[in-house]
Design a protein around this ligand. Structure first.
Ligand code: GP9
Ligand code: MN
Length: 716
């Protein structure tokens, strides 16, 4: 009896498919199910809580309803049905090519990739057939079945047109659903659309259709800017940079010529940690030693200058000598097709090999694509290490393991090399497993602030272990190590809790203090060197590239870089922040308010001083504007520095890095300069000592890496 009822009910519902509204509903539901299949089986969206799960369940509905609902405006059945089918087929196609693309690239297809404009990810390698899977049939089966049912009259064709008002009502419902969706997304991830971390984010919160439209509008905007750009627009930039150029200091030019360059990117590491004691214990004893060593040039008035692109902005400045973008990340927005004349390529053309070591997934900040345009030869991302179980935290492999596990690749790189280590453990929310630390944290009442010292301490230890290896293996004496902090770890909203630890009354804490806390460390360490010291020059991340090149004996003059050599007597000590605030040796500007650094008080400049301040602001604006126009209009494609060979991203492929390096060693034979070859073809891995307990843990199936990124300005 009950079964009979259910059957009856089904029949009644099914009969509705014979109406236009019912038929649209049927296709919307089927498409919704297919999207969920893609979300949960093929895409890895890394859902971290039930709220995100809910968002993902809802997000296909709005756009599907909107697109399919358009059919309701057709009066005649012979337009209504084919149109609806066409929309369904096209939308399924979009979904399906993304499924295939994701299997190869762990990423979503951008409009410029689809249209073949992107210089990287030129399409699927090998045959796409190899990327198909048996369950793919489910993506198309519904279309076939519905067609058959229509043909066999199991679904009736409804000749009655609907009133336009029904169409409008459905459209309104779709817009409403989208608004709800966007609100939920913004609640979970503030500034979702402006910051653009990773394509997964937008798909996760708004769905694939919305992502494609959003991406299409953005790339349309960029390509319009570009198509109107002319070579002549370079002339203003060239004039500005020429006027600002600072010639290198003769004594220091080339002190590290032909040495290996090892860049260590200290995640979220601020200058105040240097020489800081908590509960009587030094937080970063090893870095403190390096900081004051005679073999190091350290800077204590060096500032980060990142915007919303955080780590990727720091990378942009250090690799290209240009600023990050006013909104979002240059890596994600322009990294796929911009022309760069960047550090890896400059070093390459001096006979260097190059690599990045990073324990997070390659798609984060669109690195895997951008690095190819920067000219990086190797990218040893998370896929090169065992990141399972407790070996990783949210942003990737723990630092101690990253340094240790990098050695098996590093030792095979031809020397001299230019390599970069992107650490991750000292990242918001600064959590660490118990087994990793015995450091006694302070007690400020703010967990984020307290834990920051613990993860910073861990980072310090990991660098100490790496240095021990550099010394034992002999790499140290042939290398220059450049260490810098990428940006703040403690956001302005938490600075009051920090104040207590800095010996300042939290009630007196103000914008001036926040600005001063944007100092991060910068050190050039040359083991064996004796003339190092702590420099008090004011500078920022934009100044690093020309400084580094000059120490390496490479002229920066022909390149378009917006900073100046920190060691040059002509160095410009004005530090521009991405929001147009600035810092100089005498004054600080925050939101248009000027402070005197001497008195730490707000001032109201008049007369000559006002003129001076206005001039500084003009200089800051000009630098940022010119840099933005250079990048957004991709003007470097018109600029051909003499002797510089343009980068072709297609020359790079980051799979099988180790076997490629080994092949090269074999080919070069006695001429191979890798550490491994120099060590009589013996591995140096045994020289590495770490106290990381996870180093001996067995690999497991679980993995903590999730593609999440904390917007620190949004709070917790
Ligand atoms: C992730 C890491 C963190 O790969 O670089 O980036 P951030 O959140 O600091 O910009
Ligand atoms: Mn960072």
């Amino acid at each position: 009896m009950k079964e009979h009822n259910i059957l009856e009910r089904f029949k009644r519902i099914w009969a509705r498919t014979g109406t236009r509204m019912g038929f649209v509903t049927l296709l919307v539901v089927l498409f919704w199910l297919k999207t969920l299949l893609a979300y949960f089986v093929d895409f890895r969206l890394n859902l971290s809580d039930p709220f995100q799960f809910l968002i993902v369940l809802l997000n296909p509905i709005a756009t599907t309803l909107l697109l399919f609902g358009l059919a309701l405006f057709f009066k005649r059945a012979r337009f209504f049905y084919p149109f609806l089918f066409l929309i369904d087929i096209l939308n399924t196609l979009l979904l399906y090519i993304n499924v295939i693309y994701f299997r190869e690239f762990t990423d979503f297809m951008t409009v410029s990739t689809m249209l073949g404009y992107s210089k990287v990810d030129q399409g699927l390698s090998g045959s796409s057939l190899a990327l198909t899977s048996p369950h793919d049939i489910l993506y198309w089966l519904d279309l076939v079945l519905v067609l058959v049912l229509l043909a066999t009259r199991r679904i009736y064709i409804d000749p009655r047109p609907l009133n336009k008002r029904v169409g409008f009502a459905v459209m309104s419902a779709a817009f409403l659903a989208f608004a709800v969706n966007l609100t939920l997304g913004e609640m979970d991830r503030p500034q979702l659309l402006t910051r653009t971390f990773d394509r997964t984010y937008v798909v996760k919160y708004l769905g694939l259709d919305a992502f494609t439209v959003y991406d299409g509008i953005k790339s349309q905007h960029t390509s319009e800017l570009r198509s109107h750009a002319k070579k002549s627009e370079l002339s203003g930039i060239l004039k500005y940079l020429h006027k600002n150029y600072a010639a290198p200091d003769k004594q220091l030019y080339g002190v590290a010529k032909q040495k290996n360059v090892i860049v260590i990117h200290l995640e979220s590491f601020q200058q105040f940690l240097i020489n800081k004691k908590v509960n009587g214990q030094e937080v970063t004893p090893f870095l403190n030693k390096l900081y004051k060593s005679k073999s190091t040039y350290s800077f204590d008035n060096f500032f980060h200058e990142v915007g919303q692109g955080k780590t990727s902005d720091a990378e942009t400045m250090l690799e290209t000598g240009t600023y990050g973008l006013p909104q979002g990340s240059l890596f994600t927005q322009l990294g796929n097709d911009n022309t760069f004349q960047a550090a890896p390529a400059i070093f390459d053309q001096q006979g260097y090999s190059s690599a990045v070591f990073h324990g997070n997934v390659a798609s984060f900040w669109n690195r895997s694509n951008t690095y190819k345009n920067l000219g990086y030869q190797n990218f040893f991302d998370a896929s090169y290490y065992d990141t399972s179980g407790d070996k990783s935290l949210g942003y990737g492999l723990k630092d101690k393991l990253l340094f240790k596990d990098s050695v098996k690749y590093l030792q095979h790189l031809q020397q001299p090399f230019y390599v970069k280590y992107l650490t991750v453990t000292n990242h918001f929310p600064f959590t660490l497993d118990k087994e990793d630390s015995t450091f006694k944290t302070p007690d400020t009442g703010d967990k984020t602030v307290d834990n920051y010292f613990k993860t910073a301490h861990y980072l310090d230890q990991s660098i100490k272990e790496f240095y021990a290896y550099l010394n034992k293996s002999g790499l140290a004496k042939n290398s220059m190590v450049m260490i810098y902090g990428d940006h703040y770890g403690i956001s302005n909203s938490s600075n009051k809790s920090l104040a207590k630890l800095m010996g300042v009354n939290p009630d007196d804490w103000n914008d001036y203090d926040n600005a001063q806390l944007q100092r991060v460390p910068l050190m050039f360490n040359m083991p064996g060197y004796k003339k190092g010291k702590v420099e008090h020059t004011y500078g920022g991340e934009i100044d690093v590239l020309p400084t580094l090149l000059h120490l390496m004996g490479i002229s920066s003059k022909k390149y378009l870089q917006f900073g100046t050599d920190l060691f040059s007597k002509d160095h410009n000590p004005i530090v521009a922040f991405r929001n147009r605030d600035w810092e100089s040796p005498d004054y600080t500007s925050v939101d248009g308010t000027i402070y005197s650094n001497k008195t730490q008080q707000e001032i109201h400049p008049t007369g000559k001083l006002k003129e001076k301040i206005d001039k500084i602001q003009k200089h800051v604006n000009q630098g940022l504007n010119y840099s933005d126009s250079l990048n957004q209009k991709n003007l470097l494609r018109f600029y051909h520095p003499k002797g510089f060979k343009a980068v072709d991203p297609q020359d790079y492929n980051y799979a099988d890095g180790l076997s490629k390096a080994e092949k090269l060693e074999k080919k070069l034979g006695l001429k191979s300069t890798s550490l491994f070859s120099r060590n009589s073809d013996r591995s140096t891995e045994k020289l590495y000592v770490t106290d990381a307990p996870e180093a001996t843990h067995k690999s497991t199936d679980s993995n903590r890496i999730k593609i999440t990124n904390q917007d620190d300005t949004s709070g917790k």
